[in-house]
Design a binder for this molecule. Structure first.
Ligand SMILES: CC(C)(COP(=O)(O)OP(=O)(O)OC[C@H]1O[C@@H](n2cnc3c(N)ncnc32)[C@H](O)[C@@H]1OP(=O)(O)O)[C@@H](O)C(=O)NCCC(=O)NCCS
Length: 285
């Protein structure tokens, strides 16, 4: 049985990890090149681990802890196409132990890569859900007219953070919940973060990023007590209007294959499923 030394990465590993990235036989890199130094520095919310065998780098695992309690695997670089189960177990085991110390409940990975599903299953992950993508395929943007319930839409601001975290907790199942840093990040990095208020109370929010020809609707949530009153529809129409205003030609979003409510809403507004979707793998810690 091979003995691997697995440890958290440090900044001095960056060039070795970059070399591995260049020649690894298996590459899952769901991160921008500019984020790699952050993962390697392991300072949170980005974390990295390496596995060495006799001083030779065999693997690198990158996770982001932007979801409350459920860090996500965003990168796996493997020197061999089919590494031993020992290597995967050692990497995932060490990452799991370190993240449990940070109060993680489990690890999540979203992927369409069959090889990655196979390797993660061998390391104790289970496919628990599927995520599908839907693209807006309305005949023209003018379809997106807005009417609906007496809610006020306005841009989100920093002082909404506590209410947004509470709303997110109420709206989503645990593995999909964002924590405060995760929501803050969207506040500063996306082009349109809107909240819906009813009698001064925050009842919904939507996050859209519209740069380039395809806008991305990143998040849509309505508090359970305010559902089926048209708030979700209103937020989605506003997101589409923003996309159109930014000269996007279309818009795309993701949702769970099991989420019938959101799919009905998206279909009614002209979204249609595209691509083969992603498997959602979960490993409880
Ligand atoms: C999906 C979600 C945003 C819908 O918000 P909402 O305010 O309840 O939606 P609306 O009232 O605007 O509904 C618009 C249409 O969507 C469909 N719809 C919404 N909820 C539905 C449900 N529970 N069952 C079936 N259809 C539903 C209906 O077609 C509805 O129109 P109708 O009421 O005239 O039949 C909300 O259920 C939610 O926050 N869910 C949890 C988070 C989530 O799934 N986010 C999106 C995917 S990541």
């Amino acid at each position: 049985m091979a003995q691997f030394l697995v440890r958290a990465t440090r900044s001095s590993d960056l060039s070795a990890v970059r070399r591995l990235h260049a020649w690894a036989r298996r590459v899952f890199a769901n991160f921008g090149e500019e984020d790699l130094p952050g993962y390697v520095a392991s300072q949170g919310p980005l974390y990295g681990w390496v596995a060495e065998d006799g001083g030779r780098l065999q693997g690198f695992l990158a996770c982001t802890a932007k979801r409350a309690g459920w860090p996500e695997v965003r990168g796996l670089l493997l020197a061999e196409a089919w590494p031993s189960d020992d290597l995967m177990l050692a990497l995932c085991g060490r990452a799991g132990a370190d993240l449990r110390g940070l109060e993680a409940e489990g690890l999540v990975c979203l992927t369409s890569e069959d090889w990655l599903v196979t390797l993660l299953e061998r390391a104790g992950f289970r496919v628990e859900e599927r995520v599908i993508s839907l693209r807006w395929q309305g005949a023209s943007w003018t379809d997106a007219t807005s009417d609906g319930p007496p809610v006020r839409l306005r841009l989100a601001q920093g002082s909404d953070l506590a209410a947004l975290v509470a709303l997110d907790d109420a709206a989503f199942d645990p593995i999909w919940r964002l924590d405060r840093p995760g929501i803050s990040l969207y506040l500063v990095t996306t082009t349109h973060f809107v909240v819906a208020e009813q009698d001064g109370v925050l009842v919904g929010y939507a996050v859209t990023d519209a740069r380039g020809s395809e806008a991305q609707i990143i998040r849509l949530a309505v508090h359970p007590t305010a559902r089926r009153q048209g708030v979700g529809r209103r937020l989605l129409l506003d997101a589409l209007a923003h996309a159109r205003g930014e000269n996007a030609e279309t818009a795309i979003l993701n949702t769970q294959a099991s989420n019938a409510a959101s799919q009905r809403l998206y279909h009614r507004l002209g979204f249609r499923e595209v691509g083969k979707g992603l498997s959602v793998l979960v490993r409880r810690l």
